[in-house]
Structures are given as C-alpha cells and as structure tokens.
Design a protein around this ligand. Structure first.
Ligand code: PLP
Length: 397
C-alpha cells in the first residue's frame, strides 16, 4: 500500500492490508516468512546491479527481506509516515536513531522521564563515544528551549513517558526546535499510532518498541523508526552496519499482531480508564496517574493531543513494602516487565525497568519507591478489578 493509497483507507483497513498483498510467487494470503539469509541472483549482471543498488531486489537479509519490507510498509501506513525502518528490538531502533542523526562531539536534548534503558544508553555508551546529552523536564517547553545549543542535533522525548505518564506538548517542542534547526523524535510506544500521531503535530521522527502494542501478544521483540525517507536513510545505514536487523520470523509475528492493533488498543483504552477510575477510589492507593483521568496534571493536553489515553497506569502505594506486598498478592495480573500484552502485567519500576537510575534520577523522573506500573490487558475488566481488589484486601487484613 503506497503512502498515497494508505491515506484513502480507514485505520483498520490499513492495519489489515498495509504491506500485505497476496504473495506474487504462490498467492499465499498470509505473508510468507522468507526464512533465508541470502537471495539467489539470476546471473552475474543481476548480482552486480543489485549489489550496486541499481536494480531493486533482495541480496542478503541483513540488508532487506520481503517479510521485513511488508512490516515496514504496514507500520508506515498506520502511522501516516513516508517511510519506516524496523529493528530487532526497540533499543536497536533507539541506538540507530541517535547514531544516524548525531555524531561524536554533537549534542542531544533528552527528556528526563524516559524508558530506563534509553536513559542508560544515552548516559552511558553514547556519552563514552563522545555524544553530549542534556536531560530536561520536557513537560516544560522552556526547559527544552534553554537546553538547545549551536551543536544540538536532536531532541528526544517520550509521551506519555515510561512509567510516570508525563506528556510533552508536541507542537510547542517541534516549533521551538525547528526554529533552531533541530530535529525532534518521539518514542510513541505507550500511546501507539492509534492514540496519537506525533508526525501530524510537526514531530520529525517516531520510534517504537514494537515488542509492546504492535506485537500485542508478548511473544517477540522488535523496534521501528518512522518519518521522512531522507531522514531514515542514515538510520537504515546504521541498522545494516551494526546488524540490528529484525528476523523474518519475528517480522511475521509483528505483521500478525499489527493487523489487530486498532481493535486491541480501543479495548486497552476502555479497560485502563475503568481500572484507573476504580484504583483512584481505593483508600489504600495514594495516587493514580493516567492521562484519561481529570486528576492527571496534563489531562487538558492529553485531550487535545491524544485520541485515546492508552493502556498504561502508574499508581502509588504508601511505600516500597506495600508496593511489594501488592505485587506478590495478585493472581490474575502477572508480575513481569514489558507492556502492551493481551495479558495484564504489573511491575515495580524502581526495582525493574528503572533500577539503573540513581535514587536522585528516579526522584527527578517522578518514580517513587511505592510506585507500581500496570499494563492493563484485554481480559474482562471486572476480572482485572476483582484481582486488584482481592490483593488490596489482603493488605487491609
Ligand atoms: N521505549 C519504551 C517506551 C519502552 O518501554 C521500551 C521497553 O520496555 C523500549 C523503548 C525498548 O524496547 P525493547 O525492549 O524492545 O528493546
């Protein structure tokens, strides 16, 4: 489905048909898994032409593969993006995004509320390789503006952020960065293209851990970067050279998952809204953070920027002991990292996804010792609430 054709169809149609035509070789309706390392050339002339990129076609799976291409076309159709590059993991996508757009000695501005490993990548290996990074509270556009320097190449933010669901005003940040000739990238993993399309608000690049809602079934890893084709050229080159390639089998799983993305996200939104409202009324729960609740400090921005509020909730018990006790008491909810699964997953950010941050970095990022992160799944919402209710009741006893 071309960029133009994609704009003619509705979201569910794009999710189902984007990138997936019956296979030319045998008419297979489900896109085949091209489980091959290399592709045979008809003759030496074709080998030379393809190797020099003078003829379209495949050479070697690290450089491209039809199952992977199908996924890239589907995700681009869903996001309304000109182009997409997919990766073996979300961190592969984040690494190639930064390495493709920034060089040693250059500067990047990053939100201080961001996935723990992204923070770790930028604060650790990337700085050792000479990238300069300033972390700011990106809820405040003025903080981003102040951090931008002559040598800044990229502003990287997450909205809603992992795990505390802070939002970033896309239009404000895009405008102030573009005024200074700086690109802006958004990690859209929590919201998905169903709930918000940052590119429509002036953002230059969107990245994903496709492991999460795009897969939806918790059975594969994957990543993606989307945006204008000219921006993605160098990002693809990095991917190919560092070998952050997605496997054809995992591309197949992600293709299957992405077909139901709009349907699933609609239900995640509905279940999470109900669970968040229920938690907010519980006396043992100190605070609930969910963009769909009027109590969220950026609820007004969420209403203008998002079409739905997502499946992720952060909530706080009195302290670490209570948070641990609750996590040990659930029966239906699964204590596990990751998110966006059909199953409801519960995690303790301070001990799990964000354990590498120092206590002061965690404080700045709003991650308290008593915080739990809930990825609300697609079970019957009454069953999710009943499980949380029985777990909380054990603590009252
Ligand atoms: N971005 C966000 C918001 C995430 O939550 C994660 C993983 O949890 C990543 C990026 C990294 O993705 P992956 O684990 O697929 O490498």
């Amino acid at each position: 489905m071309s960029h133009d054709a994609a704009s003619r169809y509705g979201e569910s149609t794009r999710a189902i048909h984007g990138g997936q035509e019956p296979d030319a070789a045998a008419g297979a309706v489900a896109t085949p898994i091209y489980q091959t390392a290399s592709f045979a050339y008809a003759n030496v002339e074709q080998a030379i032409a393809r190797s020099a990129h003078l003829e379209e076609g495949y050479n070697y799976t690290r450089l491209g593969n039809p199952t992977i291409t199908a996924l890239e076309e589907k995700l681009a159709a869903l996001e309304g993006a000109e182009a997409c590059v997919v990766f073996g993991t979300g961190m592969g996508a984040a690494s190639a995004l930064v390495m493709g757009l920034c060089g040693a000695g250059e500067h990047l501005v990053c939100a201080n509320s961001i996935y723990g490993a992204t923070q770790g990548l930028l604060a650790g290996p990337m700085q050792r390789w000479g990238l300069q990074v300033t972390f700011v509270d990106a809820r405040e556009p003025s903080q981003v503006a102040r951090a931008i320097r002559e040598d800044t190449r990229l502003v990287l933010v997450e909205s809603p952020s992992n795990p505390v669901l802070r939002l970033v005003d896309f239009e404000a940040i895009a405008q102030l960065a573009h005024d200074r000739g700086v690109l802006v990238a958004v990690d859209n993993t929590f919201a998905t293209s169903v709930n918000q399309r940052p590119l429509q608000h002036g953002i230059d690049l969107v990245m994903y851990s496709a492991t999460k809602y795009i897969s939806g079934h918790g059975d594969t890893l994957g990543g993606a970067v989307l945006g204008r084709a000219e921006l993605l050229r160098e990002i693809r080159t990095v991917e190919v050279l560092v070998g952050a390639t997605l496997s054809p089998f995992n591309a197949f799983l992600l293709l299957r998952g992405a077909q139901t993305l709009p349907l699933r996200v609609e239900r995640h939104n509905r279940n999470a809204q109900a669970v968040a409202a229920w938690l907010e009324d519980h006396p043992l729960v100190q605070r609930v953070t969910y963009p769909g609740l009027p109590s969220h400090p950026q609820h007004a921005l969420a209403r203008t920027q998002m079409r739905g509020f997502g499946g992720m909730i952060a909530f706080e018990m009195a302290d670490d002991t209570q948070a641990r006790a609750l996590a040990n008491a659930v029966r239906l909810c699964t204590l596990a990292v990751s998110l966006g699964d059909v199953k409801t997953l519960l995690s303790l950010p301070a001990h799990m996804s964000h354990r590498f941050l120092s206590p002061s970095e965690r404080r700045e990022a709003g991650i308290t010792p008593g915080m739990l992160r809930l990825s609300v799944g697609l079970e019957d919402v009454d069953d999710i609430i009943a499980d949380l209710s029985q777990a909380l009741a054990q603590m009252e006893a």
